[in-house]
Design a protein around this ligand. Structure first.
Ligand code: G6P
Length: 618
């Protein structure tokens, strides 16, 4: 949610900043801007719209200099226009600031600034207030060392802030010097040779360096060409580790695919394989998950599981509830992270909490994790981003190893989450009632999944033809039962996110409790009805819609296709798999359906309107 890139070195800053912003565009794409210091002038270019608009502006009016900061915005305070685009300046016009997060007390700070001096604000943003606050403190501080003075001004201003921030600051008269700071919004320092970088996410800078320092909350970093110093908000210096980024610039290229989303859908045979690699033990018929940091005794003592997350990760958690209860017979609940963090959920001391998050930065999921830990529950993460805040703040966890996911609509991270939740269910189950035979069966089925996913991907053209046929529909309903009820909800979310069509997902049987009133010829119902234990129940619901002239698109498997013939208008037939693993296959045609329909409708698949991939505000 909002992306920041900063550069200080010997090269021209502008192309590096623009390139980094393009890589961070998934974090927000309402407006963009740069501030590049040239001599003792801060050259700023900013405009509403995508990075492409900013690049055009910069081509018309170039800005030269070897250090600067930049930003791509997802609007929170103030509408989307040129004035509200970052960077923002202090009253002197010398200090430029870019910001990711929300300054909750910005009104009070603004009033305080207006009482104390002369402040003209040019935008409606909370960020501009912070820039003025830093500038006003900078004016009041003494000292010949202007670098130290600016660091102290930033620290003093941030101490007054209630809210979240990842920021980068430059001063027109302090050459080759950038300050970064974070609280609640991610910020990483890229360490190069005679050049250093700041970014919200390493993908912005991985083309230039793979050495990174992941900043912690309340860190303030002073970055120069050949050195950096990290201290706390209180002014103490501490140790910081330089880590190697685990992916390369190659991994974040689109290759021959027209969209990242399609690339990521097609990467699922590999990402699913990577999620289970080295984690299966046929000998003990179980899973090995050392990252949980729990002894067998502690795992055996788990009496309850709570799974929390947002969006697609929450839908994976919903499948996880069925999985863990089925495989391990442990009572499991799913909680929206945004609700869980603010309510007083009664919990038993033997509760194990999992925060599920691809990015590991989602503000509500992080809030839920912190609240859970504060209350003393062991809280683990299921994350893709290894250096993320959730990964670092949890008591342990399981990494997805899905590789970078750039498309805003989550695809491969979802199937990786499902694999990991299966492994957790298998591990907990084998410590309880799950037999060796059942454990072995699950492992064998897991191992065949990547090959089966390849088979499912071959249906992409069939799904594309369906998308073309239904391009004029007024919306879509999604239905499923048991393990595939959450897939109905996830299928509807994919559809909403990238086609902007109205879509809802429900348990199939709920149809007759109200939803059936919506059924009409231009509103297809997508039934996720594999040939499983509840297939015949789904069949009844399909009949009910058919009787009311609603078109049916069925996702099925095994003998399902035969029974659906003449009943469903379209049938997509998948390989057979254990009931509990079927969501890993059934979700793929739904990802493809949303994708192909969005392309048909001319939507911006990788950057759908109003969305951002990593939501770091509440
Ligand atoms: C945003 C994205 C969704 C994603 C959700 C949770 O809303 O648009 O695609 O599922 O955040 O993200 P996380 O990184 O926590 O899995």
């Amino acid at each position: 949610m909002c992306g920041i890139v900063g550069y200080v070195g010997r090269s021209e800053a502008a192309p590096i900043l623009l390139d980094g912003l393009r890589r961070l565009e998934y974090r927000g794409y309402d407006s963009a801007g740069v501030a590049i210091v040239d001599g003792d002038r801060v050259e700023t270019r900013k405009c509403a719209g995508r990075i492409a608009a900013l690049a055009k502006l910069m081509a018309e009016k170039p800005a030269s200099g070897s250090f600067g900061i930049s930003h791509t915005r997802w609007a929170t305070h103030g509408k989307v226009n040129d004035e509200n685009a970052h960077p923002h300046f202090d009253a002197s016009g010398k200090i430029a600031l870019v910001h990711n997060g929300v300054i909750e007390n910005y009104q009070a700070l603004k009033e305080q600034l207006n009482r104390d001096g002369n402040h003209d604000f040019h935008s409606q943003t909370d960020t501009e207030v912070l820039a003025h606050l830093i500038g006003s403190i900078y004016q009041q501080l003494d000292g010949k060392d202007s670098k130290a003075r600016l660091v102290n001004a930033v620290r003093a201003a941030l101490k007054q802030v209630i809210g979240t921030y990842g920021i980068a600051v430059v001063h027109a008269n302090i050459p080759d010097f950038i300050i970064g700071a974070r609280r609640g919004s991610p910020l990483v320092l890229g360490v190069g040779k005679d050049e250093n970088f700041l970014a919200s996410d390493v993908s912005a800078i991985v083309a230039y360096t793979r050495d990174a320092v992941y900043l912690n909350d309340f860190d303030v970093v002073a970055v120069e060409r050949d050195k950096f110093e990290i201290s706390s908000l209180a002014g103490e210096t501490g140790d910081h580790q330089v880590s190697k980024v685990e992916f390369t610039a190659e991994d974040i290229k689109k290759g021959d695919y027209p969209h990242y989303m399609l690339k990521e859908i097609f990467e699922q045979p590999d990402s699913v394989r990577d999620a289970m690699r080295g984690r299966l033990s046929l000998e003990d018929c179980t899973a090995k998950l050392g990252g949980l940091n729990m002894t067998p005794e502690q795992l055996r003592d788990v009496g309850r599981v709570v799974l929390t997350g947002c969006g697609t990760a929450l839908h994976a958690a919903m499948v996880g509830e069925y999985l863990i209860e089925q495989l391990a017979s442990i009572p499991t609940e799913v909680e929206y992270a945004s609700e869980f963090r603010h309510r007083n959920t009664p919990m038993t001391p033997d509760t194990l909490v999992f925060a599920v998050s691809q990015s590991g930065e989602t503000a509500d999921t992080l809030g839920a994790l912190r609240e859970s830990r504060r209350k003393g529950y062991r809280t683990l993460g299921i994350c893709n981003n290894v250096a993320s805040t959730i990964a670092r703040e949890s008591d342990g966890g399981v990494y997805m190893h899905a590789g970078p996911e750039i498309g805003v609509a989550a695809t491969k991270s979802f199937t990786s989450q499902l694999v990991i939740l299966t492994l957790i269910g298998l591990l907990l189950g084998r410590m309880r009632n799950l037999s060796t035979a059942e454990g072995t069966r699950i492992i064998k089925e897991l191992e065949t999944l990547p090959g089966q996913i390849e088979e499912v991907l071959k249906l992409s053209d069939q799904v594309k033809a369906i998308a073309k046929k239904y391009v004029d529909v007024g919306g879509m309903l999604f239905f499923g039962r048991q393990f595939n009820f959450p897939i109905a909800v996830e299928g509807a979310l994919k559809m909403k996110e990238i086609t902007y069509l109205f879509a809802e997902g429900h348990p199939s049987a709920e149809l007759k409790h109200g939803i059936i009133a919506l059924v009409r010829p231009d509103l297809p119902s997508i039934f996720i009805a594999p040939d499983d234990a509840v297939f015949s129940k789904n069949l009844n619901n399909i009949e009910q819609i058919k009787a009311r002239k609603g078109p049916i698109i069925a996702i099925t498997s095994g003998n399902g296709a035969k029974q659906l013939k003449g009943l469903a208008n379209e049938i997509v037939s998948l390989p057979d798999v254990a009931d509990c693993l079927s969501p890993i296959l059934t979700v793929i045609p739904l990802q493809l359906l949303a994708y192909h329909l969005a392309v048909e409708l001319g939507r911006d698949v990788d950057k759908p309107r109003n969305l951002a991939k990593s939501v770091t505000v509440e």
